[in-house]
Design a protein. Structure first.
Length: 291
């Protein structure tokens, strides 16, 4: 019988400790909570599992894979997100290798000198850890642990010791609380300051920071920018906070923003991409780098 419950009663950190100490093999799934009319023993509304929010794989007590619901965790997306593949390279590879497994694709990319084996391993490890650090801050939602259930065989699995994950996770939870307090509403937008040339002078940004910068526009909400760049809420908050503290962007209300906006919901307009061709955006970024 699978282990199941709710994160408000048994936290993600406690689950990781249990899996680590017991040397468990299986898959932990965390779901959106759908409230019912019944009450639990604490008098709170009972929840049934809705859409899957995250899936995490373990083998003999080690973390081996993790994906967030709604995010593409295939190898091309992971390498693109960590800067090992450019956007153009990722697009071409997706078109030419649609039905290729991650393992086969990794060999092709390594043999073609696109990436090294170390690039593949480190990128997958980084992606897996970011997902787990993100869900460590979740404090509600049904979960289920299925024994001896592993990720699809075509995925590349990188074992990671859980002890270090738990220790680092505790530090990041405090950081996440600070980020959530500083930027509670992802439906705000961003704009450049009045003197962007002076602000960007001598600044060295990461690949992900440049991607966020390319979408800075008062018409684009932070939530939309995160979705366009396949970023979690924690990742986008961390990047926006860094850019804001450096004086490179400013928080503004998007046009027509009401005093209170729902965090999710149907009918939300899609992100507006930069209103200029991609080649022009790249030239602009190159020029800013050279200032």
């Amino acid at each position: 019988m699978p282990l199941q419950g709710n994160l408000r009663d048994f936290s993600t950190t406690q689950l990781l400790n249990l899996i680590n100490l017991a040397g468990k093999t299986g898959t932990l799934s965390i779901f959106e909570g759908v409230k019912t009319n019944d009450k639990d023993a604490m008098g709170k509304p009972k929840m049934i599992p809705g859409a899957e929010r995250a899936r995490v794989g373990f083998k003999t007590g080690k973390l081996i894979a993790a994906t967030l619901g709604g995010q593409d965790g295939n190898l091309v997306s992971v390498l693109n997100k960590t800067g090992k593949l450019t956007d153009d390279q990722a697009r071409i590879i997706r078109e030419r290798a649609r039905n290729t497994s991650d393992k086969a694709l990794a060999l092709l990319l390594i043999n073609a000198n696109y990436v090294t084996q170390r690039d593949v391993v480190s990128s997958i490890q980084q992606h897996t850890l970011e997902v787990v650090y993100n869900l460590l801050a979740w404090n509600e939602g049904p979960f289920r642990f299925e024994d001896n259930t592993l990720p699809p065989p075509d995925r590349i699995l990188v074992p990671i010791d859980l002890e270090n994950v738990i220790i680092e996770g505790a530090r990041r939870i405090k950081e996440i609380e600070q980020l959530n307090s500083h930027l509670p509403n992802l439906d705000m937008a961003l704009k450049f300051p009045d003197n962007p040339r002076e602000k960007f002078k001598g600044i060295h940004l990461s690949v992900e920071e440049w991607r966020v910068v390319s979408f800075v526009n008062p018409k684009n909400t932070i939530r939309q920018i995160a979705k366009a760049n396949n970023m979690s809420e924690i990742e986008i908050r961390r990047i926006v906070y860094g850019l804001e503290q450096a004086g490179l962007v400013e928080l503004v209300k998007p046009p027509g923003m009401a005093d209170t906006l729902p965090r999710t919901g149907a009918g939300r307009p899609g992100i507006r991409p930069p209103q200029v061709p991609e080649t022009v955006v790249r030239k602009l970024i190159d020029r800013i780098r050279q200032i």
